[in-house]
Design a protein around this ligand. Structure first.
Ligand SMILES: [Mn+2]
Length: 270
């Protein structure tokens, strides 16, 4: 049995299947850890969701910003943008089932010394704390009034965590840290203006994972979301978005021995 953590798929279904063949993934024995952003921008979001859902317990996924965006579009809470590729999924006969399945997924999961989250964790959060906060968001996603949550999800404020936050602002900070953050100040004030390499950090900011005092530093965080960072493997952080969508690679890492498997977009472009 092996566990393969895989970077942002973003609807690149054919690449995912080639990568799983390359790994010799066996759904009867092995498990997938998916860092989220399963959908959008790539050509086959529908096929990707159907396949991952069909894997049942063999696949564990956490939600990324594009996955939450799909929920907003499906609820008509946001208007699609021209670069979105979600329409075939929305038009599919099983769209409701797939979207309901997506709503049941986690925002942050931990197992052993590993923690799976799409973007990152704020410096004040231990992994245990982050998982508790993620459960608050998951409860809102699965609530009968979930449309209210979806309608209040958009926006980058407040930019920092406080224990005193309540209601939608509290949930928005949790979602933004876990699904959108790249840079923040040493105090954990998030800045969403930068998407580039770590050395292009906005003034006063660092990559969230570079804060050596962060409370989650003892765990191994498994993340995606940052294609400009690329595959970045360190003892306590496995960053797996290597930008297949932008001509890079789709990457997997086998957690047991840290062997990396990659599919190159340039070899077989979709
Ligand atoms: Mn993302």
């Amino acid at each position: 049995m092996a566990t393969y953590a895989i970077g942002d798929i973003q609807g690149c279904y054919d690449a995912l299947r080639r990568l799983l063949d390359h790994c010799a993934f066996d759904p009867a024995q092995d498990r997938l850890w998916l860092v989220g952003d399963l959908v959008n921008r790539g050509p086959q979001s529908l096929e990707t969701l159907r396949f991952i859902r069909s894997l049942g317990d063999a696949a564990l996924t956490v939600l990324g910003n594009h996955d939450l965006y799909l929920l907003m579009i499906a609820e008509n809470s946001r208007r699609p943008r021209k670069e979105d590729t979600l329409q075939p999924l929305l038009d599919a006969p099983d769209a409701d089932e797939l979207i309901n399945w997506l709503r049941q997924q986690s925002l942050c999961r931990s197992e052993g010394n590993y923690c799976l989250v799409h973007a990152g964790l704020l410096p004040q959060w231990t992994v245990t704390k982050a998982c508790q906060l993620a459960r608050e968001v998951e409860a809102a996603l699965q609530d009968a009034h979930y449309r209210d949550f979806i309608d209040n999800l958009w926006g980058s404020e407040p930019a920092a965590w406080s224990e005193t936050l309540t209601g939608w602002p509290r949930l928005r900070v949790i979602v933004n840290a876990m699904t959108r953050m790249r840079f923040c100040t040493p105090d954990g004030v998030m800045d969403f203006t930068g998407k580039g390499r770590p050395e292009t950090a906005p003034p006063g900011c660092l990559p969230w994972f570079a804060l050596t005092h962060r409370q989650s530093a003892e765990a191994v965080l498994v993340t995606g979301h940052w294609s400009a960072l690329g595959l970045n493997i360190t003892p306590n952080h496995l960053a797996l978005d290597s930008g297949y969508l932008w001509g890079g690679q789709l990457s997997a890492i086998r957690l047991e021995d840290r062997r990396v498997f990659q599919i190159d977009a340039a070899v077989a472009p979709k």
